[in-house]
Design a protein around this ligand. Structure first.
Ligand SMILES: [Zn+2]
Length: 435
């Protein structure tokens, strides 16, 4: 089978830079993918859409009592602005978000370990906190070998209001609490706007069943500081290699390749695609999403948001053909989700890296952590499995999502920007009827 890990690595080298949503890096990668599609002999289409975008202009965290000290901090995107010269307030360390911890935080700046979700952020707002300090990193981090995370609040977190926040290193957080810092000044100034992001797509018409479509997706954006070679340059080049293969070996069913932008910011690209192509989605029978392949040590996983039949079939295929893979039913928070939301089963392929062998979402997600051999092994498996479906005499699965997966998909989407589920619509209608 002509699937080449070497070619994949060559393509990875061409997108070995930060491809953050809404930035020049992302646009440059989109143009590279479009050029590659053309070179392979297909017609690329670039579809643009808006994404939320922020620029931090000023961020500062200072202890004021019992001593003066400034700490390195990053600003939370979309957490608003903290008065021109900063907010001065008492500091309270929150061990938890339970009622007891939330007592007496009115007017205070709170420090907590980890992140916030929609529910915990709402609690902070209701309890009257005026600012927050999140914590990232590991106590073994050495200066110059890590970046403080740049976090952001998502749309669903700020529906009940917003307070400014910063993120500091865990070692500073330990010192602040241990030394009993009582008063801090938090300064944050940011510009909140929107930017352009892009999906790059192409279509390969099926030779026998052109109206039965299978989507092949992968996100090509990365996060700040990360060159995203594993997450998800690898899936991107895997799918370019798949496109090359299917242009040479015409598929019996149609394939829609979507290279998605802005997955890392909230799966915007894939959602935009399913919303913009409703008629095509009705004809789409399955989504094949590839998100992270290539580490030497690890295991291939196929996580399927679909009925048991698909799980059994792929598990059977892997075993019969001697490819070690863990196949199971679940949702996967990536580009397959919007497809599942629209009723299209999603098969997510990835290679779970062995602990300690690579990292994602930071400067350490580099080309050195993945190999051509590993990319090729998983890549061949994906094409072999997909061939059985793409070229089947009769489509082996129904286009449906079982109830347990509908529930789980909706549960996850609740926490993502802009999704409405059927259930929510019904809820709202019922509420309307009541009122
Ligand atoms: Zn990813």
């Amino acid at each position: 089978m002509d699937i080449s890990g070497k070619r994949m690595v060559e393509n990875l080298k061409a997108i070995d830079y930060v491809r953050l949503s809404g930035t020049e890096g992302e646009e440059k990668a989109a143009n590279f993918i479009a050029g590659k599609i053309k070179e392979l002999g297909a017609e690329p289409v670039i579809e643009t859409f808006d994404v939320p975008f922020y620029t931090i202009e000023k961020v500062k965290l200072e202890a004021l009592k019992p001593f003066n000290k400034e700490y390195e901090a990053t600003g939370y995107g979309f957490s608003g602005n903290a008065a021109k010269d900063g907010i001065e307030a008492e500091l309270k360390y929150l061990e938890s978000f339970d009622d007891l911890s939330l007592q007496n935080i009115q007017g205070k700046i709170v420090l907590f370990v980890g992140g916030v979700n929609a529910q915990t952020f709402e609690k902070l707002i209701k309890a009257g906190a005026v600012g927050f300090i999140g914590v990232c990193g590991h106590y073994l981090d050495k200066k110059g070998t890590f970046d403080l995370e740049e976090r952001m609040l998502r749309e669903q977190q700020i529906v009940n209001g917003v307070i400014p926040g910063v993120c500091i290193h865990v070692n500073d957080a330990v010192a602040i609490v241990d030394k009993g810092v009582k008063k801090v000044r938090l300064t944050l100034s940011q510009n909140e706007t929107t930017a352009k992001s892009r999906n790059v797509t192409t279509f390969v018409t099926g030779t026998k069943f052109p109206d039965e479509i299978i989507s092949v997706t992968a996100h090509y954006d990365s996060v700040v500081f990360s060159h995203g070679m594993f997450d998800n340059g690898s899936g991107t080049v895997n799918n370019l290699e798949m496109l090359r293969y299917y242009l040479k070996n015409p598929p019996r069913r149609s394939l829609r390749f979507v290279f998605c932008g802005s997955e890392e910011r909230g799966i915007y690209g894939s959602r935009n695609f399913v919303e913009q192509h409703e008629e095509e989605i009705k004809k789409t029978r399955l989504c094949c999403n590839v998100d992270m392949t290539g580490p030497v040590l690890g295991k291939d996983i196929v996580r399927i948001t679909g009925e048991d039949k698909i799980i059994h079939a792929i598990d059977y295929y892997a075993k019969v053909h001697g490819h070690v893979a863990t196949v199971y039913q679940d949702t996967y928070p990536s580009d397959g989700m919007p497809f599942a939301w629209k009723g299209v089963p999603a098969v997510n392929f990835y290679r779970q890296a062995a602990a300690g062998t690579t990292q994602i979402h930071c400067r350490h997600d580099t080309l050195s952590r993945i190999t051509a051999k590993s990319l090729e092994s998983t890549g061949k498996f994906i094409v072999e499995v997909m061939n059985t479906i793409i070229n089947a005499d009769s489509f082996p699965f129904e286009r449906k999502i079982p109830d347990n997966m509908v529930e789980k998909t909706n549960g996850m989407l609740k926490n993502m920007p802009g999704y409405k589920t059927d259930g929510e619509d019904k809820d709202k209608q019922q509420k309307k009827q009541v009122s």
